[in-house]
Design a protein around this ligand. Structure first.
Ligand SMILES: Cc1ncc(COP(=O)(O)O)c(C=O)c1O
Length: 387
């Protein structure tokens, strides 16, 4: 089965004689067992709302099919998916290797929170190869955390090399796969132990729900993830699980369109004199292009651009002129966004030395001509502010 078919067929109900096309929302905390024998058998079945209803199972099955993994568990946000997956594999005295381009709250969880519990984190250059990683490994390194591409600066990581380094050290490789969404990128197929998504972004796809997915490559890894979520008391509403699975049905169509619009915007922006450079792995001149071409089957709608240095009033005029691009955190919904991001504030293993402001664009599903016109308006406002 190909991904486009998987996204339509996976996680669908199959009971007879007839059933709805989509698994409906089952809202429940308590499940009643018809008999004592059924209660004794209960551990194998759906038993309690927090442990998942058929709605949750349907979404988990669909994500597992898409990611090519063994099993998927859900978390109430992408951030908790990242943090719970990390917690599943570390104890006091352990060490983590984390990409310097990781989503900042994930990074803070390690830097601040896990530190209090005696877990140490070393940040590594996102473009590190196998030998660089091997040199940073310690006897107590329990996991390598990757995010490819980094969602602010878009470096592509050499995942098979990281997987090899992790395997040799008997450590786990966990990958934040939100950008590739399991559709353009399959970390588990490339050797990762765990692939995580902020389903908040492309899976749900409509900027109206928060959810995380954690897909494990094998049974032993899946068990650890399951117990971490269980012990944290993690719970996802059945409504959010339903919304996410509903979003997934159109994931391929949306992502193909996000990709086309992003590619068009990048071409158009590439000709603008206001920009110093584009940060998008599908662009030949961007570092990471060769790895992207090798390991990805496409590119989503999120990319960056570095402006030539401009004073603050010009930047303000640029953003305030937008009629279509929204100024907002998050991404992966149907709408276009543009945000001024500051990678220099987060890095410790590497430095970000571009002088101009970094703009992060999310290319939505609008007509491309309207998006270009909106950007044209913003650049014109910027030029007026500079006069
Ligand atoms: C790459 C990446 N990972 C994880 C998250 C966290 O997702 P959530 O907002 O659902 O907690 C985000 C959110 O922006 C993200 O961009």
């Amino acid at each position: 089965m190909k991904d486009k078919t998987r996204l339509v067929a996976a996680g669908r109900p199959h009971h007879r004689p007839a059933h709805p096309v989509n698994t409906p929302v089952e809202r429940a905390s308590t499940y009643l067992f018809p008999s004592y024998d059924d209660y004794l058998e209960g551990a194998k079945a759906i038993t309690y709302g927090r442990l998942g209803t058929p709605t949750h199972r349907a979404l988990e099955d669909a994500v597992t099919a898409l990611e090519g993994g063994y099993e998927t568990r859900l978390a109430p946000s992408g951030l908790q998916a990242c943090n719970a997956a990390i917690l599943a594999f570390v104890a006091a005295g352990d060490h983590i290797l984390m990409t310097d381009a990781a989503y900042d709250p994930t990074r803070k969880f390690c830097e601040k929170f896990l530190k209090r519990f005696g877990v140490e984190t070393t940040f590594y250059d996102p473009v590190a190869g196998k030998d660089d990683i091997a040199a940073l490994m310690r006897p107590n390194t329990k996991l390598i955390f990757a995010e490819s591409p980094g969602s602010l600066t878009f470096e592509v990581q050499d995942l098979p090399a990281l997987a090899q380094a992790a395997q040799e050290a008997r450590a786990k490789l966990i990958v934040d796969n939100t950008w590739g969404a399991g559709y353009f990128y399959k970390p588990i197929v490339l050797g990762a132990d765990v692939s995580i998504q902020a389903g908040t972004k492309y899976l749900a796809g409509h900027a109206d729900c928060l959810i995380g997915t954690i897909t494990s490559a094998d049974e032993q890894t899946a068990q650890k993830i399951y117990y971490a979520l269980l012990q944290l008391g993690s719970n996802v509403s059945a409504d959010d699980a339903f919304m996410t699975l509903r979003g997934m049905r159109t994931l391929s169509t949306r992502l193909d369109r996000h990709q086309d619009n992003a590619n068009e915007l990048v071409k158009w922006l590439g000709k603008r004199s206001e920009l110093a450079r584009i940060l998008h792995p599908a662009v030949k001149t961007c570092p990471g292009h060769a790895l992207w071409k090798r390991d990805f089957t496409g590119a989503s709608g999120l990319f960056g651009a570095v402006l030539k240095p401009a004073p603050l009033p010009a930047l303000k005029a640029f953003f305030n002129a937008f009629k279509l691009f929204g100024i907002g955190f998050s991404w992966g919904g149907f709408e276009s966004l543009c945000l001024h991001v500051r990678p220099e504030q987060y890095r410790t293993a590497t430095s970000w030395s571009e002088e101009g402001a970094v703009l992060r664009f999310h290319a939505g599903l609008e007509d491309i001509d309207d998006l270009k016109a909106d950007l044209d308006r913003a650049f014109a406002a910027m030029a007026s502010a500079l006069k």
